[in-house]
Design a protein around this ligand. Sequence first.
Ligand code: XMP
Length: 337
Amino acid sequence: MSVNNKIFVYQEYILKVVSMAFNSEKFIEEATEDIKKTVGDGRAITALSGGVDSFVAATLAAKAIPEQLIVVYVDTGLMRKGETGNVLKIAREVGVNLIVTDAKEKFFAALKGVADPEEKRKKIGELFVRIFEEEAKKHDVKYLIQGTIAPDWIESGGLGRDTIKSHHNVGGLPEKMHLKLCEPLRELYKHEVRIVAKKLNLPDSIAERQPFPGPALAIRVVGEVTPEKVEIVREACAIVEDELEKAAKEKKMERPWQYFAALLPTKTVGVRGDERAYQYVVVVRAVRSLDGMTANFSRIPFETLEKISTRITNEIRSIGRVVYDVTNKPPGTIEME
Ligand code: XMP
């Protein structure tokens, strides 16, 4: 067993012990009371992105202030394959009433010409808030309930900490906002959010869902985001998810904590048939982690990597090369940007 693996097993043990001390029932009671007290007799808006954090925040809010809550799903055009349909279906199943906002054009317009990752995150964070504010105005809403968790604000910096990256819901927020924030999950880590999700009877497809960042596929297109590049990375992510989930089900490997593809802005030379090709490079990323704060790259069997590479280059004709990222966090981060 490598040193990294030994450390991981030790951390996993500590986490199990710490989790035993986490009382999810008490947390739900207190968080619900807090939301009630904070929002008072006003109204609040919350956004459902489909991830476990936003589902748990929305479910707690719906428990606390059912008659005063507006739940929106912003279709940014940056979501994974089939995600919008899935979120709407699950929301219906768990009884959450959603307002869907089509903001695809707004997001692509805001991201046009933006290559810097921090600028990208800030544009996305600001646009989300402006969309929430527009919805809020229609319904006389004062509060924005967000599913921010501890790693989001820790990595966003401040109070002597360096900014690793501005999470869209913290460091990416605009300076001037008309909505006040309410963040019931602020002190929790991902594994605790999953415990709360189960306690709230959310389906496993939500409670066990791999993390997906708020800025979505925009930070998996390295450099400038275009609708064409998002389409490429969306297809590549779907293939990586499909093959790794199959391999995990067949017990060829453990299911990684997070797994996806990212598109690099460079092209490399290859051959298709007997002709020269000059095409994009896709990076496959899969990590084992406990809370996203540190991570080790996953040991994927070569057979599975080969399947992923063959499918990506066959099914996405603009991709000519597939590489596997063998960087731990630190020094890398999980996402490319
Ligand atoms: P990094 O890339 O910093 O990611 O190692 C750690 C975890 O956080 C997710 N992530 C985000 N989640 N808003 C989010 O809601 C963001 O802006 C954001 N950036 C990264 C990332 O997918 C990983 O699970």
